[in-house]
Design a protein around this ligand. Structure first.
Ligand SMILES: [Zn+2]
Ligand SMILES: [Zn+2]
Ligand SMILES: [Zn+2]
Ligand SMILES: [Zn+2]
Length: 335
């Protein structure tokens, strides 16, 4: 093969791996996103010949502040003027405070004036509920702050309850992954195992007092219903499913699910053919609500049916629960 002419081949950066667990890392992460180990980025290549006295990370002699820990490291070698990019560092943009110096991603502080820097984390799928920096959905630990990147630690009580209810309803874990996400709650067909929970419900000041663990549990169960259906999509093609729930492929605009609805543990009395009012909005919501009630009531259909009888529910509601119950039983039989 002919050698490429006129253009130097790009030298691939050596793969960075966590010394503890072997997971891939990005340069200047503070923590391994897999095992959480604290990382140190020393000047092992002797690129600058200088490390911060305090945190040990690579710095330049010209810096006045450590861009990683933010401490004052001024000495006689420090540049009296802010520079763009001393040796060993790249210029990516100017300091956001207007000191005139250059900063490189992902410096937390300006090395010239010491003030905090913000970055856009466009390459990441989500933002950390603890520090609001970029994280990916598969990360367990935030590489920036070292906390739980999914935010599951903030809804532990609800998740524990959900897990217990799934066990007693005899549903096997299908490797779903709950995480907090800004702006939405839901499950998408593209990543059916990822259950997104609106993070404002948990971290937003306005919401925190209004949202109960019951509501969160209900919301998670409802979204798990969507995930479960995506995970078992062939179930939607069976005649019995279609007769009970209808055509789930029917287009619909995803309404902003009304969180108040999910707090209700009782069955509505108004719509005879649906377990709740929200269930009547679309066949997929109908299934998710049926799933939520099935699991919240531990799969005890006899008790549920007694309540349906008292509330004059129509035969279609009974059938939906029977269809779901039989399907869950058939899954147990297959495995
Ligand atoms: Zn690791
Ligand atoms: Zn430092
Ligand atoms: Zn600055
Ligand atoms: Zn974080």
């Amino acid at each position: 093969m002919a050698k490429p002419v006129g253009r130097r081949r790009e030298v691939p950066t050596p793969e960075l791996r966590c010394p503890t667990c072997g997971a891939e890392l990005e340069r200047f992460w503070s923590h391994c996103s897999n095992c959480g180990r604290r990382l140190e980025w020393r000047d092992t290549q002797k690129a600058t010949g200088a490390e911060c006295y305090y945190c040990g990370w690579i710095v330049s002699d010209a810096f006045s502040f450590c861009p990683w820990c933010g401490r004052d490291i001024t000495d006689e070698a420090s540049s009296p003027e802010p520079l763009k990019a001393p040796k060993g560092f790249k210029y990516e943009r100017r300091c956001r405070w207007g000191c005139g110096g250059g900063v490189m991603y992902p410096m937390a502080y300006c090395p010239w004036c010491g003030r905090p820097q913000k970055w856009r984390y466009d390459g990441y799928q989500n933002i950390c509920p603890h520090c609001s920096k970029g994280v990916d959905d598969w990360m367990d630990v935030c590489p920036w702050c070292g906390e739980d990147a999914t935010g599951r630690d903030l809804i532990r009580q609800a998740l524990r309850r959900v897990r217990q209810l799934l066990v007693v309803s005899r549903l096997k874990d299908w490797n779903y992954r709950v995480l907090l996400r800004p702006g939405v709650s839901g499950v998408t067909h593209r990543s059916p195992k990822v259950i997104e929970i609106e993070r404002r419900y948990v971290t937003g000041k306005r919401w925190r007092d209004e949202i109960s663990w019951n509501m969160l549990t209900g919301l998670i169960l409802h979204e798990l219903g969507h995930s479960f259906l995506y995970h078992n999509w062939s179930f939607t093609r069976t005649g019995r499913f279609r007769r009970a729930f209808g055509e789930v492929r029917k287009v619909y605009r995803v309404a902003d699910s009304k969180w108040v609805d999910f707090e209700r543990r009782g069955v509505t009395t108004t719509l005879p053919n649906y377990v709740t009012a929200y269930a009547a909005t679309h066949p997929q919501e109908d299934f998710a609500e049926t799933f939520r009630f099935y699991v919240a009531r531990r799969g005890r259909l006899r008790e549920l049916f007694a309540e349906f009888g008292r509330k004059r529910k129509g035969v279609p509601v009974f059938e939906k629960f029977l269809v779901l119950g039989d399907f869950i039983r058939s899954l147990r039989g297959w495995r």
